[in-house]
Write a protein that binds this ligand. Structure first.
Ligand SMILES: [Zn+2]
Length: 617
């Protein structure tokens, strides 16, 4: 319960406006729900004779949800929905349908180049805490979903994928070398040969995943169908007959390499299609006498399906950066100070726009309302009066990172995820607010539009907002001053605890702590940010179950992989019953609550962690 503290207080504002919105939404959204209810009667998945002519409600669930679609996203999907499906009468027909729809999905997404991120933690056993991270790896790139699935990496130093690419697995020659591509391989069961010639499909049972009723099939490659075939289980939703989840591995593996086990989830983000969104991978056996030395868990997230420019397109001519429109209603010339400020704002707007285009920033949304409330609390109690309001944006990536450009504070999704409470959130935001208050503006060179002309995967080489050490020290000092004079003054013990938890894990989490645009929070395994608060509060004690110093990754912010919108996850608190339940900064399996497109006012795309959500509900 403590863990969702700050959402509760800061979200008040947001939930009120959400309620107001729901009221206005209720009419259109009531429409799709009525046919939904009518639909449960004929139960299309049953072998019992189904009506030959499907009722209009049944014919096209996509169509029924059209009003909600038009509302939530003004025509983002240029993907035409598939034709309506006549209800199948046999399981054999179901197999035909989902094979057909899998090919339809591959085709529909073939011109997309979403962002793909994999964060991996190698594990070693700890007698008290179970398997804990001992080392980590991070990959970020663009996935080309065309003819052959390919990817382009944002992080050049990690880019070994091009020379020695091994699909769906990793090589073990001298040491284990992870192939970033391998983690995203299970976006499809089989890119080229998903058919009855290569596979056997056996119906297993029926099961609900979230709100969606599914038919479960076991899929096995037929003998002599070649190497690296999908082996596992698929979940097929029972209205459009699309695959919504794949769980398994590839078989048989080539010599000297392995295939991971993967659990791959799709979300119904556009009418008629379930789009690959999350893939969890895990290997390792910690039972007594186990031989497998390799142990890791990894989360792969895919987003940015609707990004305008493809990552494969390097043409500079394609990039257009609009300069800001001058909104100052004045007939006078700008004074030197005014000119300086307009210049800085232009730089800020350029950077925010460019990062959004590259699929790295979420559009302004619900999470920002919460962040801005916290920033506002700091400002008001410290009598900070800036000429322009402070804005916030969410960086869509996992590494723990904040930076600011002009008056915009950027905080990474991963960092928001692991913060235990509002005071800790205030602490990390206060450091950036301090930079703004102290006038440590780095961005002004980006007011030149030519500096925005680079390919998306070169973003990290072209943008950077790292301060010199003197400014870092000054910002930390100022930040603590701001905090001590704020509503969070009495809760700085929690911030101290968070910093201690981070320090405990920092040596093992180099990749999570490697920043790509801003200053690092820790360097060389040593936490440097807000060091003045590091000794504050009680000692870190893993056995104290009510002491939640940091959270697992993925429990706070959910991203809509189609339009990159970020919102807060709503999970019911789950009691922590042992020190192993805490999992600070750790990767956990995904268990999104599946829902049909338009079924809710907001698409339920919550990648809740297993820790926060009991599987099977
Ligand atoms: Zn800083």
């Amino acid at each position: 319960m403590r863990t969702s503290n700050w959402i509760l207080s800061a979200a008040l504002l947001v939930s009120m406006s959400a309620a107001a919105q729901q009221a206005t939404n209720s009419q259109p959204s009531a429409q799709p729900s009525a046919p939904d209810a009518a639909q449960t009667a004929p139960a299309p998945q049953q072998a019992a004779p189904a009506p030959a002519q499907p009722t209009p409600a049944q014919a096209d669930p996509a169509q029924a949800t059209q009003p909600a679609a038009a509302q939530s996203a003004p025509a983002p999907s240029t993907v035409a929905p598939p034709p309506p499906v006549a209800a199948p009468t046999t399981m054999d027909q179901v197999v035909t349908l989902f094979i057909e729809h899998e090919h339809g999905l591959i085709k529909a997404l073939s011109n997309r180049t979403p962002v793909v991120e994999t964060y991996l933690q190698n594990l070693s056993p700890d007698p008290q805490l179970g398997p804990v991270p001992s080392e980590d790896h991070y990959f970020l790139g663009r996935l080309d979903m065309g003819e052959s699935i390919d990817r382009k990496d944002y992080l050049k130093e990690e880019d070994k994928s091009m020379q020695s690419r091994l699909l769906g697995g990793f090589q073990k020659l001298y040491k284990v070398e992870y192939q970033p591509m391998g983690f995203s391989w299970m976006v499809y069961a089989d890119r080229t040969d998903f058919d009855r010639e290569h596979y056997q499909f056996r119906y297993a049972r029926r099961e609900f995943l979230g709100d969606v009723r599914c038919l479960v099939f076991d899929v096995t490659p037929k003998p002599k169908s070649g190497r690296g075939r999908f082996l596992g289980r698929i979940w097929v939703e029972d209205q459009g007959f699309n695959i919504v989840r794949l769980n398994g591995t590839y078989y048989p593996a080539p010599h000297n390499s392995y295939f991971f086990h993967m659990d791959s989830w799709r979300l119904n983000l556009i009418p008629g299609y379930w789009v690959p969104a999350f893939i969890y991978s895990e290997e390792g056996d910690f039972s007594a006498g186990a031989h497998n030395k390799l142990a890791f868990k990894a989360q792969t997230r895919i987003w940015g399906y609707d990004l305008k420019r493809g990552g494969k397109d390097d043409e500079l001519t394609n990039i257009r950066v609009d300069s800001v429109t001058d909104e100052t209603a004045t007939t006078q010339d700008a004074s030197p100070l005014q000119a300086e400020r307009v210049w800085q704002q232009q730089a800020e707007d350029n950077v925010v726009e460019r990062l959004t285009e590259a699929g790295l920033l979420a559009p302004e949304g619900d999470v920002d309302h919460i962040l801005q409330t916290v920033v506002n609390n700091l400002e008001v109690t410290n009598n900070i009066d800036l000429t322009r309001p402070v804005r916030t944006r969410v960086l869509l990536t996992s590494p723990l990172e904040t930076f600011s450009v002009g008056n915009t504070i950027v905080i990474s999704r991963g960092l928001v995820d692991v913060l235990p409470d509002e005071a800790s959130l205030a602490a990390v935001l206060s450091h950036e607010l301090a930079h703004i208050v102290l006038g440590h503006n780095l961005g002004s060179k980006y007011a030149f539009n030519d500096r925005m002309l680079f390919s998306d995967d070169a973003t990290y080489q072209n943008l950077g907002f790292k301060h010199i050490p003197e400014e870092e020290t000054a910002a930390d000092k100022k930040a603590i001053e701001l905090l001590k004079n704020s509503p969070y003054a009495q809760k700085l013990d929690n911030v101290g605890l968070f910093l201690k938890a981070l320090q405990q894990r920092a040596p093992a989490l180099n990749a999570l702590l490697t920043t790509h645009l801003g200053n690092p929070i820790a360097e060389g395994g040593q936490v440097t940010r807000l060091s003045g608060l590091a000794t504050q509060g009680p000692a870190l004690d893993n056995n104290k179950l009510d002491q939640i110093a940091a959270l697992p990754l993925g429990g706070r912010v959910k991203i809509n992989p189609w339009d990159d919108k970020a919102e807060m996850v709503k999970t019911a608190p789950v009691a922590i019953t042992s020190a192993r339940d805490k999992m600070p900064f750790e990767v956990t399996p995904f268990f999104p609550r599946l829902a049909r497109f338009g079924a809710n006012a907001a698409p339920a795309a919550a990648p809740t962690t297993a820790a926060a959500n009991t599987p099977g509900n």
